[in-house]
Design a protein around this ligand. Structure first.
Ligand code: SF4
Length: 342
């Protein structure tokens, strides 16, 4: 029997998928073609789930135990596809990483993406037709929505749109973006962008990255809006203004393999020192005020997941900025650009 079938038979992924709900089983099954280790040797599994899905972890473990596996659960927050628990991997034969598509080349990791099943209702289509007046549109979204974009593309094309659905770097689906990767919008020649999915972070990033008009539609809440970047940029420039007066800077480097940018940190350190200020590199597993604020630094420059600077800055007393924002603060750069890793 083929290895992937063996794995699929021994681990009841249908059950996991049904727990995760709204998941396309067949497409998930294709993921296991990459595995090379003989399944007979697999006794111990690690389980890593993002915070939003941790509620299901115990049930998944019970099911895997029924199949004869010993399971160790990771307590890691599992921020994204970049955040594979390599520590847990030392104790297990395979690590099941739930919620994201593959990003890193780490052996013995099984990615089980979380896919939201959704449709564009007639009402939603009518709303889009009324509001999206541009004819040539690019569709983008996170993995949990992007897996259905071929279907959405056909639907929108029937409504007369010319739909651009491109593949970015280091992603699994056409149209897929990550908070640190909008490469799908490189050389984007659309008139406007339609983001389909949850939250405002990714569409905001897409608008800044591309400089184009971005519409955001959430199939879950039926919310539809044109993304506005002004408030976001106002807040960022106020942090940059605070940073420009700082004498010393702490450059934050993540221990997480997929977020570690130590060489960038070293370059930043040189730039800071060239400008006559002092810089310090701090290696940390978690970027949280309680971990960092006991040190006496004036400003933090984040080289870990870009979302930390954009989303969490309010929880820090001192300014928390991106490497590109630091360049503006030091007078090295004029234009505002988004931080990205992949
Ligand atoms: S670095 Fe951040 S945005 Fe990028 S994959 Fe990791 S968690 Fe997601």
């Amino acid at each position: 029997m083929e290895l992937e079938s063996l794995i699929l038979n021994r681990i009841d992924f249908d059950y996991i998928f049904s727990l995760l709900s709204r998941v396309d089983k067949h497409k998930n099954g294709q993921k296991f073609k990459d595995l090379e280790v003989d399944i007979k040797d697999v006794k111990t599994l690690g389980l890593q789930v993002p915070d939003g899905l941790k509620y299901w972890a115990r049930e998944i473990v019970e099911k895997l135990r029924e199949e004869g596996f010993e399971v160790i659960i990771s307590s890691s927050p599992t921020y994204g596809a970049c955040d594979v628990d390599t520590e847990l991997l030392k104790y297990v034969d395979y690590l099941i990483h739930i919620g994201h598509t593959k990003l890193l080349d780490v052996d013995r990791v099984i990615y089980v993406p979380y896919r939201v099943d959704y449709k564009l209702s007639e009402d939603a289509l009518n709303l889009l037709k009324e509001s999206v007046t541009e004819r040539r549109i690019a569709i983008i979204g996170t993995a949990n929505y992007a897996w259905k974009f071929q279907e959405i593309k056909m639907l929108l094309e029937k409504e007369g749109y010319e739909v651009i659905l491109r593949m970015g770097r280091n992603v699994e689906y056409p149209g897929q973006v990550l908070g640190c990767n909008y490469s799908v919008l490189d050389k984007n020649d659309s008139d406007a962008i339609l983001f389909i999915g949850d939250g405002i972070f990714h569409p905001l990033g897409a608008a800044i990255y591309s400089g184009k008009k971005v519409y955001r539609y959430s199939p879950l809440t039926n919310e539809f809006e044109i993304v506005k970047v002004e408030d976001f940029l106002k807040k960022r420039y106020s942090l940059i203004a605070r940073a420009s007066g700082c004498e010393n800077f702490c450059i934050l480097v993540s221990c997480k393999e997929g977020q570690n940018r130590i060489s960038l940190a070293r370059k930043i350190l040189s730039k800071i020192e060239e400008k006559g200020r002092r810089g310090y590199i701090l290696l940390t597993n978690e970027i949280k005020p309680e971990v960092i604020e006991s040190f006496n630094f004036d400003c933090y420059v984040n080289t870990a997941c870009p979302r930390i600077a954009y989303d969490d800055w309010k929880t820090f007393k001192k300014p928390l900025i991106t490497p590109q924002e630091l360049e503006i603060a030091l007078g090295i750069r004029k234009d505002y650009i988004l931080d990205r890793i992949y």
